[in-house]
Ligand binder design. Structure first.
Ligand code: ADP
Length: 160
């Protein structure tokens, strides 16, 4: 049976921290589906179609990776794509507490699904989408926090 994981998040925007988690997890799974959450209660800074385009651009040519958007529960998306694993990244103790609660609730409701966590690389610990977003919003150069495959000039032009 294929080992399929989903990597859910808001990716507002998709940073080098996210990219690194996906790349490091790749040898563990047959397929990783990156799920861009489209949560009505969580306002997104970047439009969902742009996020989809950028993440696809980052993983172009990597046939083990798919990118999709979803506006329902993560566990329901797992069923839809036949995934048994939810991949998440951990940076700090507060990430851990947040992730622990979600993973344990998910486990209670869907025992067949496992949450899998990778610790961030030390150099990616401070990389937060909120901060990267703020830099971009104020016209700063956030290119060092964005995946190399993303053309930053095009990315900025896309944001006008
Ligand atoms: P959410 O809004 O669901 O937390 P995010 O886009 O902020 O979505 O993050 C998606 C996942 O990526 C989460 O598991 C988060 O902890 C992880 N993540 C975010 N930034 C980093 C980073 N710099 N290093 C490792 N993991 C990260």
């Amino acid at each position: 049976m294929e080992r399929i994981a989903i990597f859910p998040g808001s990716f507002d925007p998709f940073t080098i921290g996210h990219e690194s988690i996906v790349k490091r997890a790749l040898p563990m799974f047959d397929k990783i589906v990156i799920m861009i959450g489209n949560n009505a209660n969580k306002k997104s800074f970047f439009p969902i179609e742009k996020k989809l385009k950028w993440i696809k651009q980052v993983f172009r040519g990597e046939d083990k990776i798919e990118v999709q958007t979803y506006d329902g529960l993560t566990v329901d998306f797992c069923k839809e794509v036949n995934a048994k694993y939810i991949l998440r990244g951990l940076r700090t103790a507060s990430d851990f507490e947040y992730e622990r609660a979600i993973a344990q609730v998910n486990k209670k409701m869907h025992p067949e699904i496992e949450s899998v966590f990778l610790l961030t690389l030390p150099e990616h610990t401070p990389v937060m989408a909120t901060i990267v977003r703020d830099i971009i919003f104020h016209g700063g150069d956030a290119s060092m926090f964005l995946p190399k495959a993303l053309d930053f000039n095009e990315f900025m032009a896309d944001n006008k």
